[in-house]
Structures are given as structure tokens and as C-alpha cells.
Write a protein that binds this ligand. Structure first.
Ligand SMILES: Nc1ncnc2c1ncn2[C@@H]1O[C@H](COP(=O)(O)OP(=O)(O)OP(=O)(O)O)[C@@H](O)[C@H]1O
Ligand SMILES: [Mg+2]
Length: 464
């Protein structure tokens, strides 16, 4: 569906004169109209054409119009329905609205009434299409991959694109272990899933384990499995994560919390590719890739002897670091638009708009909880908002966390600053590379090389 094509309207009413009259009216008003006088007739049309809006009489002889409404909302969730009811039938109207009707008209109505209702619906449909396009534009992965990882991956910053590129490279090396670092809520699990589901082992298991959520006494048997009777409670033989993940991926979240004695055993399992179940003597061959994640400074843990150096080397064959959201503020706007769209749809609050102030303030907020915080904050705002215009008061931000100066001043990462400077120079030069190069005091060739190195392209701006 694009924003250009004519809105397609289907009228379903048993009165032929009524449908004919509306058909004429819609055709003359620039819409593409279809008419049906029976439920079966409308089904045929719905199958053949991508209808945007249905005008549905809820009093059809022999069928319950509300059932038709429910059915079409399930089959065509993107289609809007305006119901036509008789005078005094407010109960049906309320039921219909609860079941997802967009609006209602009471018979008899004037052309002007239907025109107003259609204009309102049309605005909504166009906005939905625009949001859909925006989402497609800012989503960095295919719809198919989104479905497989059961998550989305949104962003426009050069940093997040570099992260994605590294993930796709890692996907090409299905035997190499990958360590993902980054603050809490930056999307480490999203990246782990992208690596697994983009690679050749995507049809094998992806198993996510957070070892800090498992009681220490059970850790070994959870990872290695156990033999029946090996300890109280071991009533049957059980496979552990390493065995379950044979030919697949084991995602170890929060590896820094792993106790030292287990670290030694995990190291052996990854090196020798054989394990022994607790209480057993037989060895079992199993071949898996480990993707691990941590939001601690793991090298510091190694220095402090809390994490084994040899295991660190073993897990760190490839390393991907996800920068915090405050280091890539360009991603805030597309993520916010995405989450507003997602929760507005989920909580059935159509037509939600976001004030410019929200964008301006959130772009300066430092998001200690990163993308997860933005997501939760948006969910709460959508649930609690009283009008369809989201203002900054709907968002739970701690104002002292908003710095008036550029947050990047706090970061001493040269690369991050270089990427930001180049992006800003390009933006202020309206993407004229020669002008941007002059502003940066480098040659156009040098700018070009840097853009290539950091994967900065000139058409990555967001428009709303
Ligand atoms: N680029 C992104 N686009 C869309 N959603 C994202 C993105 N990054 C993260 N999220 C969402 O933010 C939430 C937190 O992400 P995730 O669980 O991967 O974080 P994490 O780095 O593993 O955090 P923790 O260290 O606390 O385990 C999830 O709901 C995830 O889908
Ligand atoms: Mg996580």
C-alpha cells in the first residue's frame, strides 16, 4: 500500500438503492468504490481487492453485522470499518466500536455526514501508511528476519549500522564465538538473535540463558545435564543447555556473573566439544557456538581475577560493542516513532501524534536504561495519555538527566566524535560533500574515505 493510490471503499448494505447512491457519491468524490448487497458478495470483493474502508450496515437480513465486523477485522486488520446503524440502536454502536469499528453513521444521514466521517478515516489511513513507510525505512533488517528474531531493529546512526554490519559478518562465521558488550538495554540480545538467524544454522536451536537467574547449585546440571538419581530431585535423565544447543547457538547473557568453577568447566566444554552429564561417566559429543553478552567491563573482571582470562579469549573470537543510546542520539527519533506506532496499535489508540518538544527533549536526555528505557517510557505514555497528542509531560524523564550542552562532551571516544562531527558537518552543509569537507578542514577525498570507513551515507536523515 502506498500513499498515492486512491482509497478503496466497499459499501455493504441490503438496500440496493442505498449502495448505488453511495457508490455514485464516492466515485464522484475521487475514491474507488465497490458495492455489495449480501455478505457473500462482499466476501468476493474483499478477496479480490485491497479495500481500505468498509461501510457496513449492521442490520443485514439473516446475518449479524457485528459478526461480519469481527471477521473482517481479523482477516483484514488494516482495513477500517464505518458502521451504519438505525436510529436508537446505540447498544449495537457501542459493541461495534469495541470490536474495532472506526466510526458510525445513523440512518438516515446526509452526504455531508458521510463526507466528514470519510475525511477523518482517510486522514487516519494515510497516517498509517506513512508510519508503515517510515517504519520500513528505518528498520535495518528485513521483515522476514524481524519475524524470525521476534524483535525489530531500528536505527539510522552510522554507529548502529556498523554494529549491524559486524553482526552480519559474524553470521558468516558460524563456528566463531562472539562477545557482545554494551550497557543494559542497548539491544545485545537483538544482535545475538540477528547473528544466529542470519547464518547457516538458523534452522537449528537458539537458546538464551541468563546464568545470573539460575540458582548456583543448579547451574552445573542446567548446563551439562544430569543422570537420573545423581542428586535429590534428579528424577529423570536430563539434557543440559550444551547438549540441547548441538549444531545451534547458546546465548549466554550476563557471563560476567558466572561462578569461577563453572567457568573452568565451560572452557573445557567449548574446547573439547564433549561434555559429561552430572552423575554420569559417559561423554557426549556436542558442537555449539557461544554468543555471550555482558554489560560489565569484562576486562576489568579479568584483571580482578573474577573472570578467567583463558575463557575470555575463548569467547571473544569476535567482539561487537553496542554504543549507548546517548552516544547515538540520531536513533532516538526513529525509535520513538517506532515505539509510539507499535504501542498505539497494540493499545488501539489511533491517530496519536508526538509534539516537537518531545523529540527535542528526549534527544538531549541521557537514557541510562538505553533503548529499553525509551521503549518502557513510550509504553507508559501511550497507556496513560488522555489526548491523542503526546507531550513531554506524558514521558517520565528525570529532568536532571537532561544536559543542555552536548552529551558527547562526556565521551572521550575519538571515533564517536569523528562520526558525529562528520554527520553534523554533512547535515549543516545540506549534504554537499565539498562544503562539508571545507567546514571540516579536510579534502573532499579525505571526507569520502572517512564516510566510507564509518559507513556514513548522505541519505540517512529522518523526516517526519
Ligand atoms: N535498535 C533497536 N530497535 C528496536 N528495538 C530495540 C533496539 N535495541 C533494543 N531494542 C529493544 O530494547 C529492549 C532491550 O533490548 P535487549 O534485551 O536486547 O537489551 P540488552 O542489551 O540485552 O539488555 P541487558 O543487558 O539488560 O540484558 C528490547 O525490547 C529490544 O527489543
Ligand atoms: Mg539482555
Amino acid at each position: 500500500m502506498d500513499t498515492q493510490h486512491k482509497i478503496k471503499i466497499l459499501i455493504l448494505d441490503d438496500e440496493k438503492q442505498f449502495t448505488e447512491e453511495l457508490y455514485e457519491f464516492f466515485q464522484n468524490s475521487g475514491f474507488e468504490a465497490f458495492e455489495a448487497n449480501t455478505a457473500n458478495g462482499s466476501k468476493k470483493i474483499l478477496k479480490k481487492h485491497e479495500i481500505d474502508l468498509m461501510i457496513l450496515d449492521v442490520r443485514l437480513p439473516g446475518v449479524n453485522g457485528l459478526d461480519i465486523l469481527k471477521e473482517v477485522k481479523i482477516q483484514f486488520p488494516l482495513m477500517e470499518v464505518i458502521i451504519v446503524s438505525a436510529h436508537g440502536d446505540m447498544d449495537t454502536v457501542i459493541k461495534a466500536m469495541r470490536n474495532g469499528a472506526f466510526d458510525y453513521l445513523r440512518k438516515p444521514f446526509r452526504h455531508i455526514d458521510i463526507q466528514i466521517a470519510i475525511e477523518r478515516t482517510q486522514k487516519y489511513i494515510l497516517m498509517q501508511r506513512k508510519l508503515k513507510r517510515m517504519e520500513e525505512k528505518n528498520s535495518l533488517i528485513s521483515k522476514n528476519l524481524e519475524k524470525q528474531i521476534d524483535r525489530q531493529f531500528i536505527g539510522v546512526s552510522p554507529q548502529i549500522m556498523e554494529v549491524l554490519e559486524q553482526a552480519l559478518t559474524a553470521a558468516n562465521y558460524p563456528d566463531a564465538n562472539v562477545l557482545i558488550t554494551g550497557e543494559s538495554g542497548t539491544g545485545k540480545e537483538n544482535i545475538a538473535r540477528i547473528i544466529h538467524y542470519s547464518g547457516t544454522k538458523k534452522n537449528n536451536i537458539f537458546c538464551a540463558v541468563n546464568s545470573s537467574a539460575i540458582t548456583e547449585s543448579l547451574l552445573e546440571s542446567e548446563f551439562f545435564g544430569h543422570k537420573k538419581g545423581s542428586f535429590t530431585g534428579a528424577i529423570v535423565d536430563k539434557m543440559g543447555f550444551f547438549e540441547v544447543c548441538n549444531q545451534g547457538t547458546l546465548f549466554l547473557d550476563e557471563i560476567a556473573d558466572m561462578p569461577l568453577n563453572l567457568q573452568a568447566k565451560i572452557l573445557r566444554a567449548t574446547e573439547e566439544k564433549v561434555i559429561t552429564r552430572v552423575g554420569d561417566t559417559n561423554t557426549i559429543h556436542t558442537d555449539f557456538r557461544i554468543i555471550s553478552a555482558t554489560n560489565y567491563d569484562i576486562e576489568k573482571c579479568v584483571e580482578k581475577k573474577k573472570f578467567r582470562l583463558d575463557l575470555f579469549h575463548r569467547l571473544n573470537t569476535l567482539h561487537i560493542h553496542i554504543p549507548s543510546l546517548r552516544e547515538r542520539p540520531e536513533d532516538i527519533k526513529p525509535l520513538l516513532i517506532h515505539f509510539v506506532d507499535y504501542f498505539a496499535t497494540r493499545f488501539k489508540k489511533p491517530n496519536i501524534r508526538i509534539t516537537k518538544e518531545v523529540f527535542d527533549i528526549l534527544e538531549k536526555y541521557d537514557f541510562p536504561g538505553n533503548v529499553r528505557e525509551l521503549r518502557n517510557m513510550t509504553e507508559r505514555a501511550i497507556i496513560l495519555c488522555k489526548s491523542n497528542l503526546l507531550g513531554i509531560n506524558d514521558f517520565h524523564v528525570k529532568l536532571q538527566k537532561i544536559s543542555s550542552s552536548d552529551n558527547l562532551v562526556k565521551s572521550f571516544n575519538l571515533k564517536v566524535h569523528e562520526i558525529k562531527l562528520i554527520s553534523d558537518a554533512l547535515k549543516s552543509a545540506q549534504y554537499n560533500q565539498q562544503v562539508a569537507a571545507n567546514t571540516l578542514g579536510i579534502t573532499r577525498d579525505a571526507l569520502h574515505r572517512k564516510m566510507k570507513k564509518y559507513n556514513i551515507s548522505i541519505n540517512k536523515g529522518v523526516e517526519v
